[in-house]
Design a protein around this ligand. Structure first.
Ligand code: GSH
Length: 229
């Protein structure tokens, strides 16, 4: 039995879903449109956050840990050009890859923090720490841009990496929400081109991130948001 608990909009869960597709792994989709009570969520994870993966006897949460597990457990023939990496962290570049990944996750945490604060009534312009969190996003993008050696390759040359996938999920999440944040992505040419290439990949197309703002209750098949009457 394999199952994934996730909310529709979560960028962390989207990255895990993309990796599951890349590896050709079927799973039961335990999708939640809204966040349940703390008690209900605690039955799946003490962090009260999604995603959580069940794989036979194993229960895992924390998206990076889940993807590390998937990559190390299911190394089978991979589809796509370039193919998915076999390594979360390349043995000959372990600390470089770990640092890039942790930094990308800090970007995701800042972005989802801003989002959750915004929808609970405190926007970026209202609060100094939220402004600081928004500044973090652009500083991180600048540093990540400096880590990419060429506009045609991602964080692990010749492969699609976990670093590429999570960065794409987090950046596209920010762009798909009216959070009052303009990332100015055009200033980061290598990241922009990497993300545009990934957008075309089957696993990304199959797991889209769509526009969301309060009042959106669903989507048409092409992603057009459906608003509450
Ligand atoms: N470090 C966690 C972060 C996951 C996370 O922030 N999930 C969000 C959705 S995008 C969530 O569940 N938020 C609910 C909450 O924090 O109460 C991971 O990598 O899985």
């Amino acid at each position: 039995m394999r199952a994934l608990l996730f909310t529709t909009g979560s960028p962390f869960a989207r990255a895990v879903r993309i990796v599951l597709d890349e590896l050709g792994l079927d799973y039961e989709r335990r999708e939640e449109i809204t966040t349940p009570s703390a008690e209900d969520r605690a039955a799946a994870t003490p962090t009260l956050q999604v995603p959580t993966l069940w794989d036979n006897d194993l229960t895992l949460w924390e998206s990076g840990t889940i993807v590390e597990y998937l990559l190390s457990t299911y190394r089978k023939s991979q589809v796509g050009e370039p193919p998915l990496t076999a390594h979360a962290f390349r043995p000959d570049a372990e600390w470089k890859d770990k640092l890039a990944f942790s930094t990308i996750q800090t970007f995701g945490n800042a972005a989802t923090f801003i989002s959750q604060m915004t929808w609970t009534g405190v926007a970026v312009g209202d609060n100094a720490h939220l402004q600081r969190s928004a500044e973090k996003l652009t500083h991180i993008l600048g540093w990540l841009e400096s880590q990419l050696v060429h506009s045609e390759i991602g964080f692990q040359p010749e492969f699609v990496s976990m670093q590429d996938i999570f960065l794409a999920a987090h950046v596209r999440f920010v762009e798909a929400r009216p959070l009052g944040i303009d990332l100015g992505l055009e200033r980061y040419e290598k990241i922009s081109r990497l993300l545009s290439r990934l957008d075309e990949r089957d696993s990304f197309v199959a797991n889209p991130i769509w526009w969301w703002e309060p009042g959106v209750v669903g989507y048409q098949p092409d992603g057009t948001p459906v608003f509450k009457d």
